[in-house]
Write a protein that binds this ligand. Structure first.
Ligand code: NCD
Ligand code: ZN
Ligand code: ZN
Length: 381
């Protein structure tokens, strides 16, 4: 029998407080657990954002009742210097040590995404310096398209327009800048939702020079390409956008050779009424926390779950050992989470499962993988 520990998803959005019509900590904690994810690191782009000690405390209290279902840790956010002053207090004041344990890092948006939390250059520079000083993980959303997420997007008259509006080069430029700041300040930098082969090469080169940089990739960038806009339309809109198959293939090489540290879903629930809007401006983001293990397990068992594409050459080299590294060992180390490695998930290699909108537990009630058949199944021990 093969077993996994409860897995870690180091990039989720649970929408509470302020956006509870999309999702709540309780709803998404139970979605996570049903997908074998016992620890989640939640992003600060709620309403209000998690950018003060008070607001962090509020989220920690809200998550208390769900802790047995899923242990939610929180990223601090910063868009102005005052937020960094709050973070420095959290990191340095011994009386805040117990609160500090619930905070897994600082999240910086180097371009706008849902929540429009882009940090300007001077704040970005100060944030890298602060996280370098305290050796505190800094997670960067790397894009450099200069867009406001909702307003300046080309509407969805042409489904692929989002991928053109935020092209690969916008991610690569932003990753280069972030790496050079990390190098200057000795900051432990983690690149969120890496989506380009060139960005991945930058990470690899920097690491070889001794820069402390790690990265994650999402299941959607590993499984979907721009061709999927045909079926997904606005549901496929996400930042950074889904890419062409050449990026997808090379990202898989990085998963297999160890350049990619983590697979994290960027679980970003939005309602179908919002995603299927007819104004051509759906919000960006896809749900994923409860299906990532199912999708990856299927691939590790030799079945590529996408109904109409062939697997990239490296994908079928994925093993269950690699899943453990990508969804447990590496995120546990990078964010110092002290998650339990006790066996918690029993794998059934003979089983199978069909992912459908109806069987999703997430409050948003849909999945971009609706109707996909996966090999393998699992149960919680
Ligand atoms: C995320 C969201 O909706 O919160 N959206 C997305 O397109 N990925 C925000 C983010 O991770 O950038
Ligand atoms: Zn992001
Ligand atoms: Zn995100």
């Amino acid at each position: 029998m093969e077993a996994f520990p409860g897995l870690i998803d180091c990039h989720v959005h649970f929408r509470e407080p302020g956006l509870e019509h999309k999702a709540t900590i309780a709803s998404e904690a139970s979605a996570a657990r049903s997908g074998g994810v016992f620890v989640c690191c939640e992003m600060p782009n709620t309403t209000p954002p998690t950018n003060s000690i008070e607001r962090l405390k509020d989220k920690v209290e809200r998550a208390d009742h769900a802790r047995d279902v899923c242990d939610v840790r929180f990223f601090f956010g910063a868009t102005v210097h005052e937020h960094l002053a709050e973070l420095e207090q959290l990191l340095s004041d011994p009386s805040l040590a117990s609160l500090r344990r619930h905070c897994c890092g600082l999240k910086l948006y180097l371009d706008n995404s849902t929540g429009d939390m882009k940090s300007e250059d001077d704040v970005t520079e100060a944030a890298f310096a602060l996280c370098g000083k305290y050796s505190f993980p800094l997670v960067a959303h790397c894009e450099h398209a200069g867009t406001n997420d909702r307003c300046s997007c080309i509407p969805y008259t042409n489904a692929a327009s989002h991928s053109e509006r935020r092209p690969a080069i916008s991610e690569v430029t932003s990753i280069r800048e972030a790496i050079s700041r990390a190098e200057k300040h000795n900051t432990p930098l983690h690149i969120a939702h890496l989506s380009t082969a060139e960005g991945m090469r930058c990470v690899k080169d920097a690491r070889e020079r001794g820069v402390k940089v790690t990265c994650e990739v999402t299941p959607h960038h590993l499984l979907l390409t721009v061709a999927d806009y045909d079926t997904l339309g606005g549901r496929g809109k996400v930042n950074p956008p889904i890419r062409y198959s050449d990026d997808q293939e090379l990202l898989w090489d990085g998963v297999i050779d160890g350049t990619i540290d983590c697979i994290a879903t960027d679980h970003a629930p939005h309602l179908l009424s919002e995603k299927d809007t007819t104004d051509g401006m759906p919000p960006s983001g896809l749900p994923g926390v409860e299906v990532s293990l199912r999708l990856l397990l299927s691939i590790a068992l030799g079945h590529w779950p996408h109904p109409t594409t062939k697997p990239p050459a490296s994908a079928l080299k994925l093993t269950t050992e690699m899943i453990r590294r990508l969804m447990f060992t590496r995120p546990n180390e990078i964010f110092d989470l002290h998650a339990s490695d006790a066996p918690a998930i029993r794998i059934d290699k003979q089983g199978s499962y069909t992912i459908t909108n109806e069987n999703q537990k997430t409050k948003c009630g849909w999945t971009p993988y609706n109707g996909w058949e996966v090999k393998g199944d699992f149960s919680l021990i």
